[in-house]
Design a protein around this ligand. Sequence first.
Ligand code: SAH
Length: 388
Amino acid sequence: MLVNHLYFDISRGISFVDYATIFLLTNIKLFREKPPLRAMNFIAILCTNLILIVQMKCIDSIKSPTWGIFFNIFCIFVGMKYDVIDRLRRERSLTDVELRELLLSADTELIAYLKEQAREVAVGVFGREIKSRGLIEISNYCRNNCLYCGIRAGNADVERYRLSAEEIWECCEQGDLLGFQTFVLQGGEDVRHTTEWVEMVVKEIRRRWPEKAITLSLGERPDEDYQRWFDAGADRYLLRHETANAEHYGRLHPEGMSYENRVRCLQTLKRIGYETGTGMMVGSPYQTVDDLVGDLRFIEQLQPQMIGIGPFVSHRDTPFAECENGSVETTLRLIAILRLMHPEANIPATTSLGTLATDGREQGIMAGANVVMPNLSPVSQRKKYALY
Ligand code: SAH
């Protein structure tokens, strides 16, 4: 194609229509492909112009280069659209306006390129291997009343359960047999989970499986609890910030919970030395695209080791029962953007993605996620841990 493009019989000359047709057929297509081809194309355009100028000098029929040059500039701009992604990859950040545009863009080629780049970066850092974490849902009792969550205290229709220490260790045993290297203990903020009890459970897991990573996700707790569980052997903690807009946070959570306290907990976790995970729900009620940009900035500041995001899924027994679900596509874009901003972070393809699209988790991986969290909870209890 490139050869075609450059080969003109000087003695015949070219008309503007020839020029434009060849230009469109070759350049636009190539320009929209990949950066190395784009660079080649840039050179091709320069050469074409040179030829055109020479032809103008020699052949009377071509007098004005104006339209040709206009075409070139137009095509260069069309080609330049990918630069924003290349810059995001290179500099690991963009302006608020650019991030907003990426989130709202209707350009499927641009977004495909974004995801492709994110996947490439993930493969560069982690190889083709996807990390697997065994999720153990240890209790669905919760003292909180988060408006979006199916196991909120106010939901009287939930059949509550709490795993015993022995049941938790059995799940770990199963996980060990299946080859998991990390156990994630997640649950509602259960008042029966005292500092000492969780400490004892963690210590025993550490004693039996010294090589495994232990992740906790038990919500907001006093600093002392975080410290004692860390000393007992927990190495990671997941606590999503949910939204980095304090006012929005207030609309998703009951009185008594605050954005300030959530951030304080996250800072404590980092200070103690946990590998810390945070993240937001995508498409939660009242969320704006600017809130999402704010979330990206918050994560940029916190520099967590793990970033978990998933679409909001409305639960029928919550005040948000009538609200629309979050968008799978926006979640995938955010995963891709986060991968380019934080190449080394562990980013899961979450269950909620899989809930809203059958191949949601696979799509998450193809957009740069590198972790999955299969459920190790006892099968008899799984249905009861219905967050959405
Ligand atoms: N109690 C723990 C664990 C919460 S469950 C804590 O507070 O951290 C883990 C995550 O599930 C939450 O952080 C929230 O982001 C997500 N979640 C809860 N309800 C949801 C819903 N309806 N749709 C999508 N995600 C939800």
